[in-house]
Design a protein. Structure first.
Length: 460
C-alpha cells in the first residue's frame, strides 16, 4: 500500500509538472519565420535578407502583409530607373560593402526610398486613378491656392514642416548630394508632390510595410489628420451613434474582408469613415476618391456645392453624389430617416450661411473698403482673427456636427460658439467703424518667414 501511494504521488507530481510545462509553453510565443519563395529573384532575396537583419520591424511588417503572400518583394515597389530623381545614392553605395555581409555586392540595383502612387498604379490602376482626382491628392495644391499662411509667409518653414505638411504633404526635393531634402522628407501627407510628378502617398492610410486594408477601414486611420478645433471629424464620429456602435462592437467586425466585398450588416454593424466615404455599399461602388458622395463643402468659409468650390471644383453633380450617399445610408436606415437627415443638414447650412457668415463677411468687407483694416496680413488685426475663427473653427464644427449627427458639436461647440464669436466681432467692428480709426495691428507678427515661392506643381 505504501509503495502504491508513493507511486500515485509521483504520477500526480509528474502530471502537475507536465501541465505546468505545457502551460508555460503555451505562453511562449512561437518564433515567426518567413519562408522565402523559391521563385524570387536572387536580387529580391538579397534585399529581404539584408532588411531582415538591418530593420527587423520593417521586415516583419512586410512578411505579414498580403504583398508578401503574393510574392511581391522590396524590388517590385522600390526599384527605380538609374536616372530617376529620387534614386537613393546612399543606398546604391551600400552594395559596395567590402565584407559582402549578405552577398549582395553583385546586385547593384537602383532603388528609391519614396514609393509613390505612380509606382502603386502598376498593380492598383483603378485605385490610383480615383485617388488622383480626389481632394486628398490635391490638398497641397489647395492650400497654396487659398491659404494666406503659405502665400504670405505668415508661418515659418519649420512650422510648416512639422505641422501643415505632415497631413497636406510636402513637395519633395533633393539636396546637393542627390539625397532627399530633410525639409521635405520623411513625409506621408495625402497631397505629397512626388519627384515623379504623381500626387499623394498611399501609406497615409495603408501604413508601410503592412499596407493593411483593415487598418485603413478603421476610423483611427482618418483621425490622424481629421481632428482638432478646425476639422474635428474623429471627435464628431466618436460622439455620434455610429462611433458608439463602433466602440461597442468594433472588435466583432470582419476587418479583413476582401477589397470590394466589405458589407454592412454582414461584416460590420455600424459604419466607419471608410464605410460612408469610400467603401462599396448596395449599388454604390468602392472608390478612393473621397470627394465623391459629398453634397456640401462644409469646410469652406461660405458653404457651397462641391462643383462651385472655386479652388477645386468637383467634376460631378451634387445631386448625383447625394444619391450615392443616401444609397449607402439606406443599407442600415429607412428612406424617411435618410431624407429627413438631409433636410436637417440643409437647414443647418442655411442657418450658418445666412445668420452668421454673410453678416460678418459684409461687415469685414466694409472695414476693408474704408481702409480700417489692412489686407496685407489677414491675421494681424482682431476683427480678421474673429472672422477666421467664425468660419474656420466654430462654423466648421456646427456644419460638420450636423452632417455627421453629433449634437454636441453641432450646438455647444458649433452654433453656440458662433453666437459668441458673432457678438465679439460685431462689437469690435462697430466701434472701429464709429471711430473711423484703423484697427490695431500686431507688429511684428510672430513666426513668419516661410518661403512664399509657389512650388513647382500643377495648380488644377
Amino acid at each position: 500500500m505504501r509503495r502504491f501511494l508513493i507511486m500515485m504521488l509521483a504520477v500526480s507530481a509528474l502530471a502537475v509538472a507536465s501541465a505546468a510545462v505545457a502551460a508555460t509553453a503555451e505562453n511562449i510565443p512561437k518564433k515567426k519565420e518567413f519562408r522565402i519563395e523559391r521563385g524570387m529573384s536572387k536580387q529580391a532575396m538579397a534585399c529581404i535578407q539584408c532588411h531582415k537583419q538591418e530593420s527587423p520591424g520593417l521586415f516583419a511588417d512586410w512578411a505579414a502583409s498580403r504583398h508578401a503572400a503574393a510574392n511581391i518583394t522590396c524590388i517590385d515597389c522600390h526599384q527605380a530607373d538609374p536616372h530617376d530623381k529620387d534614386v537613393s545614392k546612399k543606398h546604391f553605395k551600400q552594395y559596395e560593402r567590402s565584407d559582402n555581409k549578405w552577398g549582395v555586392s553583385e546586385y547593384k540595383i537602383p532603388v528609391a526610398a519614396v514609393v509613390t502612387p505612380k509606382d502603386c498604379s502598376r498593380c492598383h490602376p483603378d485605385e490610383v486613378k480615383q485617388y488622383s482626382r480626389s481632394k486628398h491628392a490635391k490638398t497641397n495644391i489647395i492650400v497654396w491656392k487659398i491659404d494666406f499662411w503659405m502665400q504670405k509667409g505668415l508661418n515659418t518653414d519649420t512650422e510648416r514642416a512639422t505641422g501643415c505638411y505632415a497631413c497636406h504633404g510636402s513637395v519633395l526635393s533633393v539636396d546637393e548630394n542627390g539625397e532627399l531634402d530633410k525639409q521635405t522628407w520623411p513625409n506621408v501627407g495625402v497631397g505629397r508632390v512626388n519627384l515623379d510628378g504623381s500626387l499623394g502617398s498611399c501609406s497615409s492610410c495603408h501604413t508601410r510595410h503592412r499596407f493593411s486594408v483593415m487598418e485603413a477601414r478603421k476610423p483611427e486611420a482618418c483621425g490622424q489628420c481629421h481632428l482638432g478645433p478646425d476639422h474635428p471629424q474623429i471627435e464628431i464620429y466618436n460622439e455620434s451613434k455610429h462611433g458608439a456602435i463602433y466602440d461597442a462592437f468594433g472588435d466583432e467586425y470582419n476587418w479583413n474582408a476582401a477589397p470590394g466585398t466589405w458589407t454592412p450588416g454582414v461584416d460590420y454593424r455600424g459604419p466607419t469613415c471608410a464605410s460612408c466615404h469610400m467603401s462599396g455599399s448596395g449599388t454604390v461602388m468602392t472608390s478612393h476618391d473621397v470627394t465623391e458622395r459629398l453634397s456640401w463643402e462644409t469646410q469652406a468659409p461660405l458653404t457651397v456645392r462641391p462643383e462651385n468650390f472655386k479652388p477645386l471644383p468637383a467634376q460631378t453633380n451634387w445631386k448625383t453624389e447625394r444619391d450615392k450617399m443616401k444609397e449607402v445610408c439606406k443599407q442600415c436606415h429607412g428612406q424617411t430617416w435618410v431624407d429627413d437627415h438631409y433636410v436637417k443638414l440643409d437647414a443647418a447650412v442655411e442657418t450658418y450661411n445666412e445668420t452668421y457668415y454673410k453678416p460678418v463677411k459684409a461687415k469685414l468687407d466694409e472695414m476693408y473698403e474704408k481702409g480700417l483694416l489692412d489686407k496685407s496680413n489677414p491675421f494681424d488685426q482682431v476683427p480678421e482673427i474673429e472672422y477666421y475663427f467664425l468660419w474656420h473653427h466654430e462654423g466648421r464644427r456646427a456644419r460638420m456636427g450636423a452632417a455627421m449627427m453629433a449634437p454636441d458639436y453641432a450646438w455647444w461647440h458649433g452654433f453656440f460658439e458662433c453666437k459668441h464669436r458673432f457678438m465679439v466681432f460685431m462689437k469690435e467692428a462697430d466701434e472701429i467703424l464709429a471711430s473711423g480709426k484703423p484697427a490695431h495691428k500686431y507688429e511684428p507678427f510672430p513666426g513668419t518667414g516661410g518661403d512664399t515661392k509657389r512650388p513647382n506643381m500643377p495648380m488644377n
